[in-house]
Each structure stands twice: as C-alpha cells, then as structure tokens.
Design a protein around this ligand. Sequence first.
Ligand SMILES: Nc1ncnc2c1ncn2[C@@H]1O[C@H](COP(=O)(O)OP(=O)(O)OP(=O)(O)O)[C@@H](O)[C@H]1O
Ligand SMILES: [Mg+2]
Length: 236
Amino acid sequence: MDAAIEISGLHAAYDKADVLIDVSLTVAPGTITCLLGSNGAGKTTLIRAILGLTPPRAGSVKVFGAEVTGEATHRVIARGVACIPEGRRMFPKLTVAENLRLGAYQEPSEAEIKRRLAEVYDTFPRLAERRNQLAGTMSGGEQAMVSIGRGLMGKPRLLIVDEPSLGLSPLYVKENFRIIEGIRARGITVFLVEQNVHQTLAIADAGYVLSGGRVVAGGTAAELKSNAEFHAAYFG
Ligand SMILES: Nc1ncnc2c1ncn2[C@@H]1O[C@H](COP(=O)(O)OP(=O)(O)OP(=O)(O)O)[C@@H](O)[C@H]1O
Ligand SMILES: [Mg+2]
C-alpha cells in the first residue's frame, strides 16, 4: 500500500533563511505518526510544504502515492487530506455547526453533509449540545473539539494536526489524545505534530524528531523511546 505521506530530500526556506534541510520521512497508512520538535524546529513549515502553502526549494512530497510537490493546496486537500492548523483558527462569530460545515465545503450533497455532522456529534456530544453557540464563546477544550470535528467533516483519509494540545488544560489534553486514537481506529491516518513527548509517544506508532530543520531521529515509538540521544534531549 502507498504511504500516506512520503517526503524525500525536502528543502524549504523563507527568503534567505533555510528552515527545512534535506528532510525525508514516511507516514505509513493507518498509523499515528508523530513529528516532535521544539519551537522553531520547522514543524509547521513542513506541514505548509505538504499542503503546497510553502513550495519547497528542492525535494518531493507524495500523498497516497501521488506526487503533489508544487501542487495547489485545494488539489492536495482533494486527495483526502485535512489539516487542523496551529491555534485551531475557527470563525468565532459563526456557530459551532457553521464552523463544522466549513470543513465539508467541497461536498455538494446536503444529505452527505448531514450524515457527517451526525457522526461528528456522535464523537463529540458536547458539540451537539452547543451546535448553535458562537464558536468564539466556547472554552479552549471545546474549541479544540470544533477544530478536530471540522477536519473530520472533509472525510479525510489523512488528518494532519498541528500541536492540538497546546494551551489546553491537562484534562482536555488527555481527552484530545483519546480522540486522536479514536480517529486512527476509524482507519484515518494521523500525522501528529506535537511537543508533548510523553503523551504523544504513548499513542503514536512511529515518529520523527525535527531539530534545526533536520530530521535527527526516527523510528517506531518504542525505538524513539529507547533512542539514547533523543532520550537525553527530551527526558534529561
Ligand atoms: N512566514 C515566515 N517568514 C519567515 N520566517 C518564518 C515564517 N514562518 C516561520 N518562519 C521561521 O521558520 C522557522 C521554523 O518555523 P516553524 O513555524 O516551521 O516552526 P515550528 O517547529 O512549527 O515551531 P512552533 O513549535 O513554535 O510552532 C522559525 O525560525 C521561524 O521563525
Ligand atoms: Mg508550529
């Protein structure tokens, strides 16, 4: 089966500053594969390169076997990719339901949209209760649910999530990780960008560590946990 994401020899830069240097990684289908790395490592830039928002200077990106390097963002998304951006970015003056519907903007069938909404409400009963509330008045944890729900509304095969636990209370962080495991259980591949090493490796199948724009470690979650350098850097 084709990899969900296959990146090889990727270079990316903003103006003169190199941000990604010779990055290669694979996300196997059906897995939660994580990308760990500290602030400024280049994690979000890597997501932007996958989505065609920051075109790479060199290297290639394949999604489900198709070369997407340099492809327009909407075309990458049409291949079954959904992204939950850093900071969640919802429309605060739209209701929960309206925000969710935006995730299905490429779906013409109202019946299908309703079916997907029902599925999201099933996953997040809290959102069902608050479907008519303005998203900007929801708590941080509830907004995280809206952003994940909006991603699922596109019926993706691959969900890319950029630091979903950032700024959440420990209870919501735990809930968030449980939800991400549930998404994998539905057969959706998850590329999870996180700084929360312990909880991420507890649910991930495999992962990579990005530092200064380079991949400095990679392997199964178990291998990463026992990688001495990685261990020293993260666990002291
Ligand atoms: N639009 C931009 N223009 C110029 N430089 C940028 C831009 N976006 C990011 N950078 C720089 O690129 C580097 C990598 O940033 P990036 O946002 O990819 O890191 P990150 O790993 O996602 O960090 P964080 O964990 O803080 O979100 C940083 O040095 C950042 O300052
Ligand atoms: Mg980032």
